[in-house]
Ligand binder design. Structure first.
Ligand SMILES: [Zn+2]
Ligand SMILES: [Zn+2]
Length: 381
């Protein structure tokens, strides 16, 4: 399969999260032509799940996400997005092309597979709901393991990043509204100013990471958006801010949340304001199974450069799989020109063959492992 042509086509036709109808139809047609059984649950509106191999023996899932971002592309590429304001700026076109290439190679040896390979083309990763949609629809039932990767522009071609345990951060999202009493800017004593209270609260929140989180752990708390007031001579009745927290362990995640609530409530009380906190839990940390990661590393080292990557504070909804099925999520080098979510991100197509090969070799290796080698009573489940 010409995976470069596949990637260019998909790059040219990006679609937003949960609206990947054209992408879904394209992928399904390709998989049908390759002889795959389409097993997409009816509850899944976009995305494709398909299987190949005997229905006996172990089942290994290979995952690619399929959605694009609301970004206007500025790459100057001949195959730039034809969908205005939408761009594959996170490399999910690369993921799809690699997995489709792998699917083609696996189809050629369908008769000899010691188990089933299930390819999962998952919708809506960017909005962090797609993996959960797949789980809810029953798309990962019966899997012995699931494998995935995210392309990594700062790693070279034919380089894979692997690490046991946490690879990508748990994501929390917050919005805080502080309500006071509006008044004339010249007579603050007649009101309760939410702007000063907000400024103090935002500053105080920055002490959580430095004063409450274990220095051996990592955490990020960023306030990214604040709004309040409409003009220069009126103190508004309310103001709000929002942002995100990124952590790598359950304990740190809980510590940050607990202190966040305490700081906001105490600050609001100090300024006579009422605080409303909306806390939205995103994906958990992407947690690699230590036994499977060792096996994947040993196989990868046979044909790729394997590096130990720094964990990323970005989130990845593959976490919804990794907390239900033993899994390995990797970073795969694409020698890009910038980074994820940049409007000028260009990836190197030379990275495609080894990425396809990785999916194939890891699938075969894990099928053999689960069919013949997994110690009885010591399954990783
Ligand atoms: Zn992304
Ligand atoms: Zn992505």
């Amino acid at each position: 399969m010409d995976t470069t042509a596949v990637r260019h086509y998909l790059h040219q036709h990006p679609e937003l999260s949960d609206q990947e109808f054209h992408t879904t139809a394209y992928l399904q047609k390709q998989l049908e032509q390759l002889g795959y059984r389409i097993v997409t649950p009816a509850a899944l509106h976009t995305g494709v799940i398909a299987e190949i191999g005997p229905t006996t023996g172990p089942t290994i899932g290979l995952r690619s996400d399929i959605d694009a971002l609301p970004i206007t592309e500025h790459t100057g590429l001949a195959y730039a997005s034809e969908n205005p304001g939408v761009m594959h700026a996170c490399g999910h076109d690369f993921h799809m092309a690699s997995l489709l290439g792998a699917a083609a190679t696996l189809a050629e040896q369908a008769d000899q597979l010691p188990g089933t390979v299930r390819v999962i083309f998952q919708p809506a990763e960017e909005t962090h709901v797609g993996a959960q949609e797949v789980v809810d629809a029953g798309g990962i039932e019966g899997l012995d393991a699931i494998i995935g990767f995210h392309e990594k522009p700062d790693l070279g071609v034919a380089t894979v990043g692997l690490r046991e345990g946490g690879l990508m951060a748990a994501v929390d999202q917050f919005k805080v509204t502080l309500t006071g009493i509006g008044t004339h800017a010249a007579m603050p004593q007649l009101g309760r100013d939410p702007i000063v209270g907000l400024a103090a609260t935002v500053s105080a929140l920055q002490t959580i990471v430095s004063r409450n989180v274990d220095p051996q752990q990592t955490a990020v708390l960023s306030v990214t958006h604040i709004e309040g007031g409409a003009t220069w001579n009126v103190i508004p009745p309310a103001a709000w801010f929002e942002g995100t927290v990124r952590t790598f362990s359950h304990a740190t995640r809980q510590t940050v949340k607990d202190h966040f609530y305490a700081v906001v409530k105490a600050q609001a009380a100090a300024f006579g304001l009422e605080a409303t906190i909306d806390w939205l839990e995103g994906p958990d940390v992407v947690d690699n199974d230590p036994v499977l990661t060792k096996i994947v590393r040993a196989e990868s080292e046979k044909f790729l450069t394997v590096v130990s990557p720094t964990p990323s504070n970005a989130g990845e909804d593959f976490a919804y799989f990794s907390h239900r099925v033993p899994s390995v999520f990797a970073f795969f080098g694409t020698h890009g020109t910038s980074d994820w979510h940049h409007d000028d991100l260009r990836l190197d197509d030379a990275a495609l063959p080894s990425a396809s090969q990785w999916y194939v070799r890891i699938a075969l290796r894990l099928l053999t492992y689960f069919a013949k080698e997994v110690p009885h009573g010591q399954e990783t489940h």
